[in-house]
Design a protein around this ligand. Sequence first.
Ligand code: KG4
Ligand code: ZN
Length: 383
Amino acid sequence: MKILGIETSCDETAASVVEVAPDKSHVKILSSVTATSLALHAKTGGIIPEVAARNQIQDIIPVIYEALSSADGVWPMANSKKDHKLLAISNKPAIDAIAITYGPGLIGSLLVGVETAKTLSYIWNIPLLPINHLFGHIYANWIETLSPFQSLEFPAIGLIVSGGHTDLLLMKSHTDITWLGGTRDDAAGEAFDKIGRMLGLSYPAGPAIENLAKKGNPKAFHFPRPLMYDKELDFSFSGLKTAVLREIQKIEKSEGNNFFAGDSSELRTQEKIVTKRNALIADICRGVQDAISDVLVYKTLQAVEKYNARSVIVGGGVAANETLKNNFQHMLDTKYKILNTKLFVPPKSLCTDNGVMIAAAALFQGKETPWEKITANSELYFD
Ligand code: KG4
Ligand code: ZN
């Protein structure tokens, strides 16, 4: 069985063809194509929904074309001329289902993917499976390249950490899933991005903060870990953002306004000042990353202990952070060793939005739905 997964909930336009393993335990990736308008958003310091959707309208057909034609044996009639007219009624690809993200996300972006998927499902008469994007991040772990995928056992605690979400789930099985808690304000990725912006880093700032933190002194700044010791399994990151802002304001009081924001004044280009500024930025990045990682790891493992979970499944853009992954593993190997819980984090390329995760989620969460009944839902959450 082969599934085409399509994802357009934010700024990415992604499509992938996966093959379901004979025992239906995971999927094998046959193709994965992603186009992003990130470079445009880096200039504006965040995503402008209309710009994202306009780009997705241009990208959606070429991306689907590429995903179908580069998957072995799926679309023999495709040719190297990239003739998009081949997405025609008479040229049905050898896929058994189309999985489409129908929410949550930016409404304009979701509509591009949903309406395209509905059209293809209609003209080719291929079943359509609407997928919750948040489950997609969890199911990015059910792929063959992740070893040892066979030992992904329930009950599991799922942590979704992305630019828009920070959620904890209890998964007793693929069908028995309970939401345990989520962020009360900013998502973890949003905190990385907003703090990065204060430091003059371009959007999205998560990867840059991770990089700069490597050179940072872990003792230079100790930022708050909001709600870390709270009994509830909720998160809050806006206080951390405010604490960083206060530090920045303190530094700028002595070093001058816009010390971090980056302008071209003569003073700023002096080597000594630049060195000092870069060292401070690295220290702040280290402090921020440690605070976010501590909260995510502590709260997740609190849930693991409470529900005696066999697996921890992490997904979403922030899961690409190596320090977070290493801290999880370290705690599972030491303080929580007795639980013998296994950690699952997707390969970096599957942490951020992609089509593979939507196709993989369809294997376990996909319900065939008539195209007339599928509508993009920007507010979709967990039932
Ligand atoms: O899952 P994703 O691609 O999009 C959403 O569904 O939101 O996540 C994007 C988020 C951004 O906030 C980005 O800064 C963050 O993931 N991110 C990271 C890293 N790579 C991406 N955060 C921390 N460390 C990283 N290496
Ligand atoms: Zn996402």
